[in-house]
Design a protein around this ligand. Structure first.
Ligand SMILES: Cc1cc2nc3c(=O)[nH]c(=O)nc-3n(C[C@H](O)[C@H](O)[C@H](O)COP(=O)(O)O)c2cc1C
Length: 323
């Protein structure tokens, strides 16, 4: 099973992750694949409680399951999520007749965070309904905002979160540490946010740092974000019903299925997470939506645009460990 399992792990690694940290390790054990969190890749400033890290693991898990089903394996998932060495998501795979979704499987290789300006075209109602269907997951709620009157107040929360982040030197330093300004750096690490995937030219690292530190002002970044949202066809919000690792993993699974379905429908997406990441703004968003303990954790704009250059991934051998 080693070869097909390695192929399945390859598809899992194509999942999105915060700052493209790829905070995962995998192991093959008998007829199982285990996914471990890689805490050496955590983001202590933007994600102090690791919820985004576990959402990223949920995205990888969903890709793994879609790919396994496509290759004729059933999947049974058990989560062992107490802190410690053995913390893992355990997926048992058995060769048997299973239903697979070729459309979702094909989308794994084409899905990307498309950070460019969208063209404002409306998404047909039947496609919005397909996204709602794809979002269905235990412990997760999903809201689509497509009317101006619903989007406008969210824009203000995004701008507030964005300003707070760009006023925080630690946030900017952490972000810069994951940007791969030069092609050489991007190809060496095969992780992080490469300039091309953000719509920028590859430039020397010192110049990139200088430009970001000098020109990325809180108000300028907030305005850019506002323009990007106004060009989108809508916003999609993912809410964890409880505040624990299992719920965060489920948010990742729901998110990944929605964006795979969106990709199959040629709908692009990009994150505007700021109001979910800044705790004070998140509280205001919770209040605005009438939520109590449920946490809004991921916010993406959706719409139509040309594809952008892709981000890189580490090869399977770099993320595969012995058990
Ligand atoms: C939990 C999570 C949080 C993310 N937050 C942001 C974000 O705040 N801003 C952003 O531009 N992209 C965000 N992303 C997208 C990642 O940067 C992106 O997935 C990664 O760079 C890999 O690129 P790809 O999605 O094109 O494969 C997030 C992704 C995940 C899974």
């Amino acid at each position: 099973m080693e070869q097909p399992f390695k192929k399945i792990i390859h598809y899992a690694t194509l999942a999105p992750s915060g700052h493209n940290t790829q905070p995962w390790k995998f192991a093959i054990k008998d007829n199982s694949i285990l996914i471990f969190p890689d805490y050496s890749r955590r983001l202590p400033i933007v994600d102090p409680d690791d919820h985004a890290l576990f959402i990223s693991l949920g995205c990888a898990l969903e890709n793994l399951m879609v790919a396994a089903n496509h290759m004729g394996f059933s999947t049974r998932v058990e989560c062992f999520l107490r802190d410690g060495e053995a913390e893992n998501i355990h997926v048992t795979l058995n060769k048997e007749k299973v239903e697979s979704d070729p459309e979702l499987f094909n989308a794994i290789q084409h899905r990307q965070s498309t950070r460019s300006q969208y063209d404002g075209r409306k998404i047909p109602a039947e496609d919005l309904e397909k996204l709602r269907q794809a979002s269905r997951q235990d412990k997760v709620s999903f809201i689509l905002f497509t009317e101006d009157k619903d989007i406008e107040p969210i824009i203000e929360f995004v701008k507030e979160g964005n300003r707070l982040q760009f006023r925080n030197n630690s946030f900017v330093s952490e972000l810069i540490s994951w940007i791969r300004f030069s092609k050489k750096h991007a190809l060496t690490t095969c992780d992080g946010l490469n300039s091309a995937s953000m719509g920028l030219p590859f430039i020397p690292r010192w110049l990139g740092k200088f430009i970001l530190n000098t020109f990325a002002t809180p108000d300028g970044e907030a305005k850019k974000c506002e323009k990007l949202i106004r060009g989108a066809s809508g916003l999609a919000l993912f809410i964890a019903q409880t505040n624990d690792k299992e719920s965060w993993i489920n948010v990742g699974r729901s998110f990944e299925r929605v964006v795979l379905k969106a990709t199959a429908l040629n709908i692009k997406h990009a994150h505007v997470n700021m109001p979910c990441e800044e705790v004070e703004v998140r509280k205001k968003l919770q209040q605005h939506l009438g939520l109590k303990n449920e946490r809004p954790l991921l916010l993406v704009r959706i719409g139509y645009a040309e594809p952008m250059p892709e981000s890189y991934r580490r090869p399977v051998k770099a993320v595969l460990v012995g058990t």
